[in-house]
Design a protein around this ligand. Structure first.
Ligand SMILES: Cc1cc2nc3c(=O)[nH]c(=O)nc-3n(C[C@H](O)[C@H](O)[C@H](O)COP(=O)(O)OP(=O)(O)OC[C@H]3O[C@@H](n4cnc5c(N)ncnc54)[C@H](O)[C@@H]3O)c2cc1C
Length: 461
């Protein structure tokens, strides 16, 4: 059946172009936002999940990288400066990046130098330096913001940096806000089974393959001038042939209910986004903890290992890692590696003992697409006309919600710039190919080797 969604236009002009965007995560939302704000009038945004009903909240069943309660929004990482314009619903609570060595590790030295170059060094505080800690307090930050695990009062070493520019976005609310905005601006949306894309539709004329729309799970076809695939970790399901450039990787998220009498301790005015064991090799067991959310829970992110789910599908070119809808629902709080639950409990017992035995109400894997250089890919799909891919959030894409769509716009308008040239879909170098394969096949990352939780009881202490 052909859905009545405009007709396929003969010419590609701003005012008549029909764009189908698959995926209403931050990449799809940002694309739709920039297109609609810049004169593209006929845009359909599709997603297999019911974000219009669940508000992107994990406890309402939303399951994607973007559907989260909190995401870190930071201004620099090592040698690269980033975000200048925070997304809506940003809370500037600071970011304590801590280690137990009582020193400033190499990546932090780079970040401090980057901040110096950007003229922002005053906003950073070295935590192994008494003078810098005092400066933070003089400037209004609480003692617990710079030492969230109370290490100094216990006579324990404290190393790392307090970054006062950073904070978090209320992620689900941010996505819901942008979704609402683009709908008001005229973007049409389909969610759930009517929005789940079963396949892309192509025409083939004189050897030229062209994307002409999509077929959704309910059998409807939506024809378009351009298809934008913003499917995150699910990119492989729709676009074959990217096995050696994009992989699906998962971090582990646990939410712990904070007893009422302890909630004040974890408020964003006194508890910053905190990362413990922040190192250059994030496979070293780092933990992030976010300030108390509106639902009375703390989110713990166990950042390592970044799980892979290697497919043995015979058509896979290169043993691709595919994402798996694992996570959480009210009926079944299961299907995460038990090791991750154990690690979170160990961490709590050692660093936040007052939360020992606190109820774990949610445990999920959170999948993102990771591109070769751990940056984004925004480009036309090689060999196919009219199909653009925007993917590769690589575990830090959320904060770019305000800007990503700008580059989609440039590519669509035939106006590439140095950034879009950098973010092209390309074949890997030999070195990248090897690193990619090793990363995918590392036994420590293999979900297949893990014992998974089987029932809600497995989340108990
Ligand atoms: C554990 C973890 C922690 C992170 N923390 C941070 C952080 O603190 N700060 C930060 O800036 N970034 C962070 N990120 C990265 C950020 O979350 C992602 O880069 C970003 O959300 C990716 O957005 P996306 O739109 O590409 O993907 P997604 O949010 O996954 O959206 C893709 C959408 O496509 C839909 N879809 C897929 N296939 C189909 C189909 N066939 N039909 C219809 N719809 C489909 C899915 O339902 C989904 O909604 C983190 C990522 C992970 C994994």
């Amino acid at each position: 059946m052909l859905a009545k969604f405009g007709s396929r236009s003969a010419r590609i002009g701003k005012s008549v172009i029909i764009v189908v965007t698959i995926g209403a995560g931050v990449f799809g939302l940002s694309s739709a936002l920039h297109l609609t704000e810049n004169g593209y009038t006929d845009i359909l945004l599709l997603d297999g999940q019911k974000f219009d009903a669940n508000g992107y909240l994990p406890w309402n069943g939303a399951d994607s990288a973007s559907s989260d309660t909190r995401k870190v929004i930071r201004a620099a990482d090592g040698k690269s400066g980033m975000m200048r314009r925070p997304p809506p619903l940003f809370v500037n609570c600071g970011w304590a990046r801590l280690n137990e060595h009582g020193e400033t590790i190499a990546v932090e030295v780079d970040t401090l130098e980057t901040m110096q170059k950007l003229g922002l060094r005053e906003s950073q505080y070295r935590l192994d330096d008494t003078g810098e800690r005092a400066r933070a307090v003089e400037q209004g930050w609480s003692e617990t913001s710079i030492d969230p695990f109370h290490r100094i009062s216990q006579g324990l070493p404290l190393g790392g940096v307090f970054d006062s520019l950073t904070g978090f976005a209320r992620a689900a609310d941010t996505c819901a806000f942008v979704l609402n905005k683009i709908k008001q601006l005229g973007v049409r949306t389909l969610f759930g089974s009517t929005g789940r894309v079963a396949q892309l539709l192509y025409s083939s004329e004189e050897g030229l393959q062209r994307a002409i729309g999509v077929r959704t799970a309910n059998g409807e076809d939506h024809l378009s001038d351009v298809v934008i695939v913003a499917a995150g970790a699910y990119t492989h399901e729709l676009i074959p042939g990217l096995d050696d450039t994009v992989t699906a990787a998962a971090g582990s998220i646990v939410h712990v209910r904070v007893p009422a009498h302890l909630q004040e301790r974890f408020g964003s005015d006194r508890f910053p986004v905190t990362i413990w064991n922040y190192t250059e090799t994030s496979e070293n067991g780092s933990f992030s903890i976010f300030p108390l959310d509106e639902y009375g829970t703390l989110k713990f992110l166990y950042g390592a290992p970044q799980w892979r789910n290697i497919s043995d599908r015979p058509d896979a070119l290169n043993q691709r890692s595919i994402s798996l809808l694992t996570s959480w629902s009210f009926d079944q709080k299961t299907n995460v590696p038990t090791v991750m639950i154990d690690k979170v409990k160990e961490f709590i017992s050692e660093y936040i003992p007052e939360l020992t035995n606190a109820e774990i109400i949610l445990a999920k894997l959170c999948w993102d697409a990771v591109f070769l250089d751990k940056e984004f890919m925004i480009d036309w799909l090689p060999g196919v006309e009219s199909c653009m891919i925007i993917t590769g959030g690589s575990n830090h894409g959320f904060k770019f919600l305000p800007t990503l769509g700008k580059y989609v716009l440039k590519i669509l308008g035939g106006k590439p710039d140095p950034y879009t040239r950098l973010r092209k879909c390309r074949a890997p170098s030999e070195e990248e190919s090897e690193a990619f394969k090793v990363g995918n096949l590392a036994p420590a990352r293999s979900l297949n080797r893990q014992t998974m939780t089987a029932s809600a009881g497995d989340l108990g202490w």
